[in-house]
Write a protein that binds this ligand. Structure first.
Ligand code: ZN
Length: 381
């Protein structure tokens, strides 16, 4: 029997040679994996089709889960659905649909796209809709500790003085605020305060609350969902780089104020923005690269490899050539995997070093055999 050494009381454990979960580094800082890895990924607002920028975030989250599980680290992943949001309500109104109907359809298509990229369904998929009670409780808690105040049915969160702006200066931070539709013309005491609960108009979804009929705002929805599934903190908070500020900064500040536990997130996985001709993809500029269109004539694995074959924090430019190169690389990796020899350890070591996929792939091509098979398996190609 493996591991039984001829003496009573000695038991078998999985192999402990080579790179270990305790070696893991994320965002330049050690994050020894121990106990349960709690990963909260900021999910979609289901009002539009998935583009390459969304897909990048979810593929990187999925890789982190894949690596942790390979190293036998228990992982609980959560990816929310923000199905109560003013942009969703507005999009539904434009097409004369009910917002819940639009959300359900978009969510279905999103999940189909994710399957084609081999992104596993997270263990937990909280929806804003099902967490209104928790938003009200959280808002109540913030009022009790003086971190929020009410003005005419709107509850505002008082931005802390040490709010993490993720390196943005005041002007850049204000521009980021404006990009997500936050405007300081509604009675808030300070320009950096944000609404938690807003009174609903006739066309808006509405729930009863101690402050009247209304609906939650975006940041507090994610705060409430994260606190409901994970409690006061998470190990990794993932999302696109544009979510760092204001969304994740406020999500963290809201929870830290309510729970007293700091930091809310031990590490942040802010995936670099996917650009087209140097510009961020946006519906308004008409430069969206839709996953559906790419999947029409490319293998999902090639798209996944294109998204992963870089440092996760870097912004990069999508071009059709990048996808052609990834398709070619995938063919070479598969050929290399058919060979013998190779060592999985160097692949694991590269991935443990801040998810360094380019190095892992270089090792896989160089050594072939087991190294290439390991890379294909962990990267789910
Ligand atoms: Zn979020």
């Amino acid at each position: 029997m493996p591991g039984v050494m001829g003496r009573e009381g000695r038991y078998a454990l999985p192999e402990q040679q080579g790179p270990r979960a305790a070696d893991f580094v994320l965002a330049g800082q050690p994050l020894p994996l121990t106990g349960t890895l709690r990963l909260y990924t900021c999910g979609i607002t289901p009002y539009d089709v998935t583009h390459l920028g969304h897909a990048a975030t979810f593929v990187w989250s999925d890789l982190l889960v894949s690596l942790a599980r390979r190293l036998e680290v228990k992982t609980v992943s959560s990816r929310n659905v923000t199905d109560v949001d003013d942009v969703l309500t507005a999009a539904a109104a434009r097409t004369a649909q009910h917002y819940d109907e639009l959300a359900a359809m978009q969510e279905f298509q999103f999940e189909r796209d994710m399957r084609e990229l081999s992104v596993a369904r997270p263990d937990l998929t909280p929806k804003a809709h099902a967490h209104i009670t928790q938003v009200v409780q959280l808002t109540d808690a913030l009022l009790r500790v003086g971190a929020a105040y009410v003005v005419d049915g709107t509850v505002f969160f008082r931005a802390p003085a040490d709010l993490d702006r993720h390196g943005l200066d005041e002007q850049q931070a204000m521009a980021a605020f404006a990009e997500f539709g936050d405007v300081a013309e509604d009675g808030r005491e300070d320009v950096w305060d944000v609404p938690l609960w807003k009174p609903s108009g006739d066309a808006d979804p509405a729930w009863p609350s101690p402050w009247g009929w209304g609906r939650p705002a975006w940041h507090v929805e994610c705060s409430a969902m994260a606190a409901t599934v994970f409690g006061a903190s998470v190990d990794v908070l993932a999302g696109g780089a544009d979510l760092a500020f204001p969304h994740h900064a406020y999500q963290a500040a809201i929870l830290e104020a309510a729970t007293g536990t700091r930091p809310f997130a031990r590490r942040q996985l802010h995936v670099g923005t996917v650009l087209v001709d140097g510009a961020k993809m946006a519906k308004s500029t008409g430069n969206l690269v839709l996953l559906r269109d790419l999947l029409a004539d490319h293998e999902g694995a090639a798209i996944r490899l294109m998204l992963l074959n870089r440092r996760w924090a870097d912004a990069w430019d999508y071009t059709p050539d990048a996808l052609a190169e990834a398709t070619d690389l995938l063919t070479r990796l598969r050929a290399a995997a058919a060979g013998s020899g190779g060592d999985a350890d160097r692949v694991h070591a590269a991935l443990l070093a801040d998810l360094d996929v380019p190095t892992a792939l270089a090792v896989a091509l160089d050594e072939g055999g087991e190294a290439a098979r390991t890379a294909l398996s962990v990267l789910k190609l």
